[in-house]
Design a protein around this ligand. Structure first.
Ligand code: PGA
Length: 242
């Protein structure tokens, strides 16, 4: 299991370091899952220092396809690796929507993560309108086909299924829908047995155990609930305590 916290555009130094410290001390106990924090880029270095020596890994929320160059405001995967990151999230629905990122760009970013030695967490998921139109499986299949590099395998890639309508809304997909979609994604993956598939979208302490117990759910990508150490650790406990 992998429990990943996506802090999004939240936290400045004081509160971010307090949160990272609390997660690191809580996670070092006897958790039986991998724990990852993805802070905003400004906090990657101090958070990496704060969790060094603990069981907690650090990742970026995005990366640019290129290794360096004239790309104002962007961050290369190599820069993330240089700060101690082991992972980069790519293709999050907020980047797909807010920055117009399509599957080809997401694939290029995942390839950049691989080039830098990072594990790419490739996000996919349908909108509410697409689900209502009965197109969820088709949309996710297209995203998987278009966003995963040819070289993606269980050692360098994690898929995160995040239905857009469930992100930050308090709504979660039903366990039956999550199980169906994760089985569908599993059938589309090149390395069928081993690649981790995370569920994301309003994962909380109260629903984590049920979601994480489903077939083909290998962890969670957690937004809002990763901003409170107690909640994030409770979700990790639900994954690692089984
Ligand atoms: P949420 O976000 O847990 O706040 O719904 C999940 C995500 O976007 O990764």
């Amino acid at each position: 299991m992998l429990i990943a916290g996506n802090w999004k555009m939240n936290m400045t130094r004081a509160d971010g370091l307090a949160l990272a410290g609390a997660v690191a001390s809580g996670a070092s106990a006897d958790l039986d899952c991998d724990v990852l924090i993805c802070p905003p880029a400004t906090l990657i270095w101090p958070v990496a220092e704060a969790v060094a020596g603990s069981a907690v890994a650090v990742g970026g929320q995005d990366c640019h396809p290129a290794a360096h160059g004239a790309h104002t405001g962007d961050i290369a995967a190599e820069m993330l690796a240089d700060l101690g990151c082991g992972y980069a999230i790519v293709g999050h629905s907020e980047r797909r929507a807010d920055h117009g990122e399509g599957d080809a760009v997401v694939r290029a970013k995942a390839e950049a993560a691989h080039r830098a030695g990072l594990t790419a967490i490739v996000c996919v998921g349908e909108t509410g309108a697409e689900r209502d139109a009965g197109k969820a499986n088709e949309v996710v299949a297209r995203q998987i086909k278009g966003s995963l590099p040819a070289a993606a395998d269980a050692t360098n890639t994690v898929v995160a299924y995040e239905p857009v309508w469930a992100i930050g809304t308090g709504k979660t997909a039903t366990p039956a829908d999550v199980a169906d979609m994760h089985g569908h994604i599993r059938s589309l993956l090149p390395d069928q047995d081993a690649m981790r598939i995370l569920y994301g979208g309003s994962v909380k302490p109260g629903n984590a155990a049920e979601l994480l117990a489903l077939d083909d759910v290998d962890g969670a990508l957690v937004g809002g609930a990763s901003l409170k150490a107690e909640d994030f650790l409770a979700i990790a406990g639900a994954a690692g305590g089984a």
